[in-house]
Design a protein around this ligand. Structure first.
Ligand SMILES: Cc1ncc(C[n+]2csc(CCOP(=O)(O)OP(=O)(O)O)c2C)c(N)n1
Length: 636
């Protein structure tokens, strides 16, 4: 078996390859993907599904001249393998290694760092428009999955593209799946496109004619288009995409490299925007992944047994925060029929399967439509329901304006469960949920909470459901800690003292609490007596605690796994300023003004001084300074 892949230095090498050779490359890519998964968790099923599409695209276009955007970006692995990164591929999703998403720092073939779904068509339209203004005669392509396709921004882009009428291609990669099965009216529409027997008949006829005609520049081709347009218009009275000004082709088999290439060559000759609908199977080529694409979206590392079955290499036994959150949500729903839960296509990630089963009528998966999710929740809240919006911290950024206008400005009681807050480690900058304290605490009528451990989650949700304006609760993607203590009830704006200390105090927002306690333990062994406070509320902050921390301790260190700007430590300083107490002894630990890259959690935390050792070190330093200041004062 020849080995093409290690020798492909650049995607242009694919141009000379026959379809048969490209099929061989496809096999090699799949083997490489399977081998990667034996080392670490990574995006898998979506990548298996786009192998042929990637090869067809890169062997037809030159994407150093033309432009290519993969929507979301999690299905970029095959592109990395054929654009000069094969030999580093083993490093993907490790610190300093390749990113698991497109990254222009790695290759000119990756145009944007992306990880959030839905924006590909907009950027592709923008690229095309800019290139046109710069006088370049190139082509812009966006590949977008059927899961991302219902995102509102896609229609804003399609609306604009139709009007600009420039040459560009949107490839709709339809595998009938988001991470979970896709939902909603667009999904139904795509199903109808796939299954309409008349249209399917026409399609195969078109394909068979296509197979017979020369690919480029043949007048028969133009005729073919006209026939197709006429037939389609007659059958459907105008298709949705065509109404927007796009020419629609497909659906075609996205695993047939030769066929996809043929269509790509053909649509490249068309003036104006084109939508090519390709059908692929998520997990294609590895049977267990094709059979269970939900699990295999980002599975944990596994090796293949002799008969190819996946054998998971390690299992985490402790219960994650997400599961505690999901259990608490179910509990609320059991006791209060006003409570609903809304997820934006992350039922699996949010561990809401059980809730979906138990409360099908109060469970809403709105698709990858975070903005809609929040405005929808506002509508429910307005008429007396108690909606819980369960969305990852980073994706909730998409809803910023609706949090402001539809929720906070109206004073509505919507609860935000912000999952995956803090560092999400190997996913990197698109996925770290580190901006939420800043973007949530600026709104009037918003309460912002951060559980210090698993025990706080249920109590905070309980507080939130009975509170009459919006509340946000943010927690990470981690196994949950349970801190041994006598639990104090959640009271509006009240922190919890975990232990008191004479020399200084660490005030922690959220789940770094366990590391703060470990740091205080280390310091105690050295004779430095440091208290630990579980802030619980980022907004309203406990002003009594702020005053006490400053007035009765030698130093204060605030800790948060979030951006320092606008974050918890900043809230602490603001409160100190309003109290007119001297905040010079306050030191903040958190994320500085830069994007944190991908890597293993431990070393990212160590770099940011956010692990127990880093927190202890900072305390030592400020303790030494505070001691010096104290003795200077005494001497002076
Ligand atoms: C704004 C946003 N919300 C949610 C996600 C989480 N997410 C990642 S991939 C994915 C499913 C994407 O499905 P689709 O677009 O069909 O691509 P496929 O994986 O099927 O190729 C989701 C919901 C995201 N990346 N961005």
């Amino acid at each position: 078996m020849s080995n093409f892949l290690p020798n492909i230095r650049d995607a242009r090498d694919l141009h000379e390859m026959s379809v048969e050779d490209l099929k061989q490359v496809a096999n090699e890519i799949r083997e490489t993907l399977c081998n990667l998964l034996s080392k670490r968790a990574a995006h898998f099923a979506s990548n298996l599904g786009v192998v042929e599409l990637t090869l067809a695209l890169h062997s037809t276009f030159d994407f150093l001249q033309d432009r290519l955007i993969w929507d979301t970006g999690h299905q970029i692995y095959p592109q990395k393998l054929v654009t000069g990164r094969f030999h580093q591929f083993d490093t993907i999703r490790t610190k300093g290694g390749l990113m698991g998403y497109p990254n222009p720092n790695e290759s000119d073939y990756d145009l944007f760092v992306t990880g959030h779904a839905g924006a590909s068509v907009s950027t592709a339209v923008g690229l095309r428009s800019g290139d046109q203004l710069m006088g370049r005669d190139n082509y812009s392509v966006a590949v977008i999955g059927d899961g991302a396709f219902p995102s509102g921004v896609v229609y804003e882009a399609i609306n604009n593209a139709g009007e600009l009428n420039s040459k560009m291609l949107v490839i709709l990669n339809d595998n009938e799946m988001s991470i979970c099965p896709r939902v909603g009216g667009v999904a139904d529409y795509l199903d109808r496109l796939r299954s309409n027997p008349i249209y399917t008949g026409v399609k195969s006829e078109v394909v068979s004619i296509l197979n017979k005609v020369p690919v480029l520049g043949d007048p028969a081709e133009k005729l073919l288009f006209q026939i197709k347009e006429g037939v389609k218009a007659g059958l459907h009275g105008g298709m949705m995409f065509e109404e927007f000004g796009f020419k629609y082709f497909g659906p075609i088999d996205g695993h047939n490299i030769g066929l996809v290439k043929k269509y790509l060559k053909m649509v490249r000759e068309i003036d104006g925007p084109v939508l090519l609908h390709v059908i692929t199977n998520k997990g294609h080529g590895y049977k267990p992944a094709a059979e269970d694409p939900v699990y295999f979206h980002t599975p944990p590392a596994f090796k293949r047994s002799d008969d190819g079955e996946p054998v998971v290499l390690s299992k985490s036994s402790s219960k994650p925060y997400t599961q505690h959150a999901s259990d608490a949500i179910a509990d609320q729903m059991r006791h209060d029929s006003r409570v609903t839960v809304i997820t934006a296509a992350m039922c699996q990630g949010n561990k809401l399967e059980q809730v979906r089963e138990e409360f099908p009528e109060r469970f809403f998966d709105v698709g990858i439509c975070e903005a809609h999710a929040v405005a929808f929740a506002a509508g429910q809240a307005k008429v007396g329901m108690r909606p819980i919006v369960d969305i990852y911290s980073t994706f909730l950024q998409r809803s910023f304006d609706h949090i402001f206008q539809e929720v906070c400005l109206q004073g509505l009681p919507v609860t935000f469960m912000m999952d995956r807050a803090g560092l999400t480690a190997n996913d990197g900058p698109t996925h770290h949920g580190t901006f939420d304290y800043g973007y949530m605490r600026i709104f009037p009528n918003m309460v912002v909470m951060a559980p210090g451990d698993a025990n706080d989650i249920g109590a905070m949700l309980d507080f939130s459901i009975s509170h009459d304006t919006a509340c946000a609760i943010r927690y990470p993607k981690l196994s949950a800690a349970e801190i041994d203590r006598e639990l104090q009830p959640i009271e509006m704006g009240k922190s919890e003292t975990i232990r008191s200390g004479r020399d200084g105090v660490i005030v922690c927002a959220g789940t770094p609490l366990i590391d703060c306690i470990a740091a205080a333990d280390q310091l105690a062994e050295e004779g430095i007596d440091v208290g630990v406070v579980n802030a619980r509320f980022v907004k309203p902050i406990d002003t009594d605690m702020v005053r006490d921390s400053i007035e009765n301790h030698g130093f204060v260190v605030t800790v948060e796994e979030a951006m320092l700007q606008g974050g918890f430590g900043s809230a602490f300083l603001e409160a100190a300023n309003e109290l007119r107490v001297d905040a010079t002894k306050v030191h903040r630990i958190g994320i500085p003004d830069e994007f944190v890259q991908h890597g293993d959690r431990e070393s990212l935390l160590a770099d940011l001084k956010l692990d127990a050792a880093g927190i202890a070190n900072t305390c030592r330093e400020v303790f030494a300074k505070s001691g010096k200041m104290q003795s200077e004062k005494t001497l002076g």
